[in-house]
Write a protein that binds this ligand. Structure first.
Ligand code: GUN
Length: 300
């Protein structure tokens, strides 16, 4: 079998179109422009690229982007004061503090200072609890993007065996909660899981989020399974020339694509969906803040 490729880049473009058309309606019917504030502390080059892309796509969707760049040595109290101001600012519907934060800051304290209604990352402890108890919440962007692709490809997920590889707070745990919400039978596997290959082979849905390049091989995959590869790992690529690198997922793409029914590529799979879902969450937060009906197809 050769797997269908789930094109996350194209899917993300349709999500952004939905966001943009909702923004047009919010402006025309209610005079409201959704606003997203992104806070970057320090000069981490990868974070700078992410923040720039977030700001650009926010504006392209017709929303307001507020960027706050603080020096790496900013005292935590100053960051908390900025978050307080953003919490109180009616033009700001979503707040994202780019992680990782410098070592002297307590990331949990910073995240939990964000108004949960504006927590478009879905990392605030209130949103974690709401998601875990099946209540309406802000949902972390990467798992939300994975869920949208799974629903689009499979329709109903009810009764399917789902295995999530990885137990991070950002991807693994919320992904498992979302799949449980879809009535999947969910297993979270991790570095200590026994017979992990056998566990994976039972999965109708396999979500790989372990951060280990090409760890999951084709013989870990059930024939016909849907494989969602969350990993983005940079590895040496001597075949492209000396010192060159390339991006790979947590799955060994070629061998997994031989066996799977469908698979997300890296790059061009889950990655583009993450920012698209951030924009979707911002519109959702804006609608909720104004007591308006939520955008169709952009929430969990
Ligand atoms: N750093 C890497 N990914 C993310 C993300 O999804 N949200 C935030 N806030 N920081 C990140």
């Amino acid at each position: 079998m050769s797997a269908k490729i789930i094109d996350g880049k194209a899917f993300a473009a349709t999500v952004r179109e939905k966001v943009a058309s909702h923004v047009v309606r919010l402006k025309a019917d209610h005079g409201i422009t959704p606003g997203l504030a992104v806070v970057l502390v320090g000069e981490d080059p990868a974070s700078q690229v992410y923040v720039r892309n977030k700001g650009k796509q926010t504006v392209e969707c017709g929303m307001q982007s507020f960027e706050h760049k603080l020096p790496a040595e900013t005292p935590e109290a100053d960051l908390l004061a900025l978050i307080d101001r953003l919490n109180a600012d009616p033009a700001v519907h979503g707040i994202l503090v780019q992680l990782p934060l410098p070592g002297h800051m307590n990331a949990d304290a910073v995240i939990n200072a964000i108004d949960p209604a504006k927590d478009v990352d879905g990392f605030h402890i209130s949103n974690v609890g709401l998601l875990g108890t099946g209540q309406k919440s802000m949902v972390p962007c990467t798992p939300l993007g994975c869920l949208m692709m799974l629903r689009d490809h499979l329709g109903s997920l009810s009764g399917l065996n789902a295995v999530v590889l990885g137990r991070s707070n950002i991807v693994g745990k919320p992904m498992a909660q979302l799949l449980l919400g879809e009535s999947c039978t969910v297993t979270i596997a991790h570095s200590r899981t026994r017979d992990i290959e056998e566990v994976c082979r039972r999965a109708d849905i396999l979500v790989a989020a372990v951060g280990r390049p090409q760890m999951i091989k084709g013989d870990w995959v059930k024939p016909g399974a849907t494989v969602i590869d969350v990993g983005i790992n940079r590895i040496d690529a001597p075949e492209k020339g000396e010192g060159k690198t390339r991006l790979v997922g947590d799955c060994d793409y070629d061998s997994c694509a031989e066996v799977a029914g469908a698979i997300t590529p890296v790059p061009g799979g889950v990655g583009p969906m993450t920012i698209a879902c951030l924009l979707a969450n911002t519109v959702t937060a804006c609608c909720r803040a104004n007591g308006l009906s939520e955008p169709e197809g952009l929430t969990a």
